[in-house]
Write a protein that binds this ligand. Structure first.
Ligand code: ATP
Length: 235
């Protein structure tokens, strides 16, 4: 579905991505794990056109979408739930969700997407009129994921959905990630919480200093002694 080939990104003299090759097949959850500063966010921002690639390619099926304009992502059925949530604090839950559906003109489809989001996250339904800035961190994360789903994506990027959240909320959100996969959405999960990410995904890539140093079946990666020591706190 998505194929990243030899992707390089620079911030001035800083070479943040050094020839990344990564593939996502339809229906998978693929996780990208790596410590602070490894380049995870840079990879997402390059694939989504926020950051310009210095070289390399991003292919969506047979289409070259390298350096796509971010506003065109929804047309390609790609959606992102950004790191730090970035909900609109002064707007209500409902208004935030409505913004997620900006690219959809069919009212029936928008209604269906509201229903789907509220079925996944009933807490959001209870709070439709609440200002997003007054939601708890976990609720804001639910809203960020829900808003990303409002554009009917086929490919969803989730940037650090566990960041700063209490363990029980994190578990709930990761259960919903599995549920979203069951509904047919392909997911790239960028996470520092390697343990949960590996439990939730089919395949995984390990990013270190801008390089992919390991890739494979998520269970195999989770059992790799180096990963256990460096990312899972075991060993
Ligand atoms: P974290 O988990 O802490 O968010 P990350 O894996 O997402 O880390 P990136 O934020 O992609 O890592 O950063 C990769 C490298 O690029 C780091 O060395 C970082 O300092 C650098 N970098 C990121 N954004 C910029 C920027 N706007 N200008 C210059 N350097 C940057």
């Amino acid at each position: 579905m998505l194929k990243i080939q030899g992707l390089n990104t620079h911030y001035g003299a800083i070479h943040a991505l050094k020839g990344i090759d990564l593939e996502i097949h339809k229906g998978e959850v693929v996780s990208l794990i790596g410590s602070n500063g490894a380049g995870k966010s840079t990879l997402l921002s390059t694939v989504t056109g926020i950051q310009k690639a210095s070289s390399g390619k991003v292919m969506l099926y047979d289409e070259d979408i390298t350096n796509i304009a971010p506003y065109q992502l929804s047309k390609k059925k790609i959606s992102i739930s950004p790191e730090g949530r970035e909900v609109f604090p002064d707007l209500t839950v409902l208004e935030n969700l409505r913004i997620g559906a900006f690219s959809i003109s069919n009212k029936g489809e928008i209604e269906k997407n509201y229903d789907r989001v509220f079925a996944l996250f009933p807490r959001l339904k209870e709070r439709i009129k609440q200002q997003a800035g007054t939601l708890s961190g976990g609720e804001q994360q639910m809203l960020a994921v829900g808003r990303a789903l409002m554009s009917s994506p086929e490919l969803l990027f989730l940037d650090e959905p566990s960041l700063g959240l209490a363990p029980n909320i994190v578990l709930l959100i990761f259960d919903m990630i599995k549920e979203i996969q069951k509904q047919g959405v392909t997911i790239l999960l960028v996470e520092q919480n390697a343990n949960l990410a590996l439990q939730t995904s089919n395949r995984a890539y390990v990013l270190e200093n801008g390089l992919i140093t390991m890739q494979g079946d998520a269970k195999e990666i989770a059992n790799n002694p180096k990963v256990k020591e460096a990312y899972l706190g075991i060993g």
